[in-house]
Design a protein around this ligand. Sequence first.
Ligand code: ATP
Ligand code: MG
Length: 284
Amino acid sequence: MTTVNDTALNKAAPDQSDARSHRTGSGTASAVRLDGVSVRFRTKRKDVTALSDVSLDVARGEFVAIVGPSGCGKSTLLKLVAGLLAPSAGAAVLGGEPVRGPRRDIGYVFQRAALLDWRSARRNILLQAEMRGLPAAAARARADELIRMTGLDGFEDAYPHELSGGMQQRVALCRALLHEPPVLLMDEPFGALDALTREHLNVELNRIWRETGTTVLLVTHSIPEAVYLADRVVVMSPRPGTVTEVIDVGLPRERAYAATLASAEFRGATGRIRELLGAAGAHD
Ligand SMILES: Nc1ncnc2c1ncn2[C@@H]1O[C@H](COP(=O)(O)OP(=O)(O)OP(=O)(O)O)[C@@H](O)[C@H]1O
Ligand SMILES: [Mg+2]
């Protein structure tokens, strides 16, 4: 098993110009691609079109945030990529392979940490290795590395009820990263946290992303969070969800928090996204 640093070398994140050429190229270098995807849910009472003709191309090592009004299909989009849901039309492609069922080459962080109460922080993280049958010693070493990276040292043996909400989310993040997934899917992972803890985790996530070179798709309701973290922000319309606009965040990948928030690029991007969401009548 490789270490975090090896991983960073192996999957060195492309710079912005590379990312652009990947997006406009044949798509073979994409980490995630959605080609004209639509999703219709048929229930006894009604039909709901959650997504309508959504196309998206995410380059390897890119960080893409997705924002949009409640019910516009953001979680549905992540489930498509993970293979937990099949599209009604179009196709999802992950790592060059069409998604035909649940994919193991992803990490998934849910809105709630979803930890097992009877397992310590470390053993919750190691659950990922047990489920995948990964070699135990290497998994333990990697878990310890992630525990250090996320500032959980000293709490390895604590149980979830002994951890703060922010710490629980860190454990969930470590678990999602344990097997070094090329693609990390995050569905409002920090929604339940207080503003300050959320800021700290945003800074940590930016660093972890740069160190691991993982491709990230993050769904969030926070416009500042989306702009602080992402290379690009996908703004979606109300249901049926379509891509309204994709905003290029013209910031370097290494982002000091206060300086970034004070920058003209940050204010420009957040302002534009607010405008788009406001125009859709969909503040939340
Ligand atoms: N399994 C399902 N069966 C029927 N309808 C569903 C199902 N999953 C989602 N939907 C519908 O699809 C639409 C999109 O749902 P989705 O959960 O993707 O929205 P979202 O953008 O993640 O919203 P939120 O921001 O509130 O989490 C909603 O109208 C929802 O009711
Ligand atoms: Mg959702």
